[in-house]
Design a protein around this ligand. Structure first.
Ligand code: FCB
Length: 456
């Protein structure tokens, strides 16, 4: 496929630590790779709008073209096949299949996903679908305030049921939401993400509506499909910077807002009392039965893990030690937290089988003589897979791993400045080049395949 096709990484013993049937995958999302933002009947999403507002995106870019995956998906599937991927996680753009988020379905939009799914299945790759990876139909935001309103819940459930009815029999799983914490907190409290609001009260209300929409969607999909249903949460375990009470308490609240705020209603049917108290006036309005709706049985839990939060109450804050370094996002590399966290949530929540639905790093990759020697990413992958294997040895039930991301892509408010892909993308001509990490991952999957077939 590329000049460094023969690149053979030394260490693939890691592969033998994973059980037969483990799914090796990679993940992307619609808004970040598809492009074709106004083609074939697609309506605008809040991210299309957000990109058009000055100062929102660090490189002033937009998602009109992105990786042009809408046109190049067959080639991209050939890349997945070359990697040996067993599974691919992607998202459906709601405004592509229903321009306004209510009313008429867009058949041309559904046709795109139909072809994508068929091509994946044909290539022997299991499709794992996410319904909401942040590209809310702008029309729903305009008409009812989008996630700010409870009225969105039945619309999301109707969209979920339609996708499940059409594709349920062909796909391996459907997840309702990707990272509701990011949607609520970054979209409505810090304003870094679309729609760019800044109100904690609004954010917490949004988080509750997201949870309700998740529950209603699971319920609606159960009626029409047998496929595996779940949700994808981003977990950034909080560590007190120093062994002092103030840091411990702050870490507890941070964990409460990021982890327990979503895990508790889904798996226990309640919001954590300490977080409700901490929020005071900003706590969401909850109606009777809301929590019953949210607590639906799930077939899997998707966990996205990148880093930990290092919580200091001192001024200036005690910085994270970063013994293994920091990624190009400035995120501390701390794989140990993955093991600890998976063991913890298994003990505390007895969740259904887990998929690591995202894990990866942004790196300042450079294309030199047709090659990208991203040794930092290989080290990151190795360390996190070792941490994952350790959690599994300790009894955590993990069924698959999806590297984020297959391609360099639009990294939200960072635009195209941050590269997470195992394939390098030249945005001027849409050329993809397998980075050294792609060769490494391919060799790992190959070694896993021969080990699980009983070979060397
Ligand atoms: C996650 C998002 C994903 C990507 C990675 C880096 O929070 O789900 O779309 O941006 O971070």
């Amino acid at each position: 496929m590329t000049a460094n096709d023969n690149f053979k990484p030394a260490d693939t013993n890691l592969a033998t630590h994973f059980p037969a049937g483990f799914q090796w995958g990679s993940a992307t999302s619609a808004a970040q790779i598809e492009g074709a933002s106004a083609l074939d009947g697609k309506g605008p999403s809040i991210w299309d709008t957000f990109c058009g507002e000055p100062g929102r995106i660090n490189d002033a870019s937009n998602i009109d073209v992105a990786c042009d995956h809408y046109h190049l998906f067959r080639e991209d599937i050939a890349r997945m096949k070359w990697l040996g991927l067993e599974a691919y996680r992607f998202s459906i753009s709601w405004p592509r299949v229903q321009a306004l988020g209510e009313g008429a379905w867009n058949e041309a939009g559904f046709a795109f996903y139909d072809q994508l799914i068929d091509a994946l299945v044909e290539a022997g790759i299991k499709p794992h679908v996410t319904l909401y990876h942040w590209d809310l139909p702008q029309a729903l935001h305009d008409s009812m305030g989008g996630w700010l309103s409870r009225e969105i819940v039945p619309h999301f459930a109707a969209y979920a049921a339609e996708v499940a009815r059409r594709f349920g029999a062909k796909v391996a799983s459907i997840a309702t939401l990707n990272e509701p914490w990011c949607v609520a907190t970054l979209g409505y409290e810090t304003g870094q993400f679309a729609p760019g609001m800044r109100s904690r009260k609004a954010a917490m209300q949004v988080s509750h509506h997201l949870m309700m929409a998740h529950g209603a969607a699971i319920q609606a999909m159960r009626a029409v499909t047998q496929t595996q249903l779940g949700v994808v949460l981003n977990h950034t375990p909080a560590f007190p910077a120093e062994p002092i009470e103030a840091d411990r308490q702050a870490a507890r609240i941070d964990d409460g807002l990021n982890v327990r705020w979503y895990m508790d209603p889904i798996f226990r049917g309640s919001y954590p009392a300490d977080v409700i108290e901490h929020l005071g006036e900003d706590a969401p309005q909850i109606e009777p039965q809301d929590l019953t709706l949210i607590q639906q049985p799930l077939d899997f839990l998707g966990v996205n893990f990148y880093t930990r939060s290092f919580i200091s109450t001192q001024t200036p804050a005690v910085p994270a030690p970063g013994k293994l370094g920091f990624t190009d996002m400035g995120w501390e590399i701390y794989p140990k937290a993955l093991t600890q966290h998976l063991v913890r949530i298994t003990r505390e929540y007895s969740p259904p089988p887990i998929f690591i639905t995202e894990n990866g790093m942004a790196n300042a990759d450079e294309l030199v003589d047709g090659q990208v020697m991203d040794v930092e990413r290989i080290a990151y992958l190795k360390a996190h897979l070792a941490a994952l294997a350790q959690a599994m040895d300790m009894g955590v039930d993990v069924r698959g791993y999806f590297y984020w991301s297959l391609l360099d892509n639009f990294e939200w408010n960072s635009g195209y400045l941050k590269r997470f892909g195992i394939f390098h993308v030249d945005y001027s001509n849409q050329q993809r080049v397998a980075k050294a990490s792609a060769h490494w991952y391919r060799a790992l999957i190959e070694a896993f395949g021969s080990a699980s077939r009983g070979g060397a």
